[in-house]
Unconditional design. Structure first.
Length: 114
């Protein structure tokens, strides 16, 4: 059984920063993909950023230059540093792990508003 536990969401003003964290536990392959997706109200879930065990990183165009994903493989953890936040970044952010199959966290809410 694989579990993902997220933390770090909250309310922030436009231009502010937040850092999301996610730790996976359970039976996890050494080689895997971890990352973040988000779902805004009335919209489909979309990729934010992913990172492989070996450091291959992918970002959505909408967050390039503002968000930074990082990993601690020893802790099975992934982080998302979000800077220069915009109201359109408001969404439920889900931690994602692919280890033979996809796993999802419960989501952490990010609200960007003045």
């Amino acid at each position: 059984q694989v579990q993902l536990v997220e933390s770090g969401g909250g309310l922030v003003q436009p231009g502010g920063s937040l850092r999301l964290s996610c730790t996976a536990s359970g039976s996890i392959r050494t080689s895997n993909i971890m990352g973040w997706y988000r779902q805004a109200p009335g919209k489909e879930r979309e990729l934010v950023a992913t990172a492989t065990t070996f450091g291959l990183i992918n970002y959505a165009d909408s967050v390039k230059g503002r968000f930074t994903i990082s990993r601690d493989n020893a802790k099975n953890s992934v982080y998302l540093q979000m800077n220069s936040l915009k109201p359109e970044d408001t969404a439920l952010y889900y931690c994602y792990l692919y280890s033979l199959k996809p796993y999802w966290g419960q989501g952490t809410r990010v609200t960007v508003s003045s």
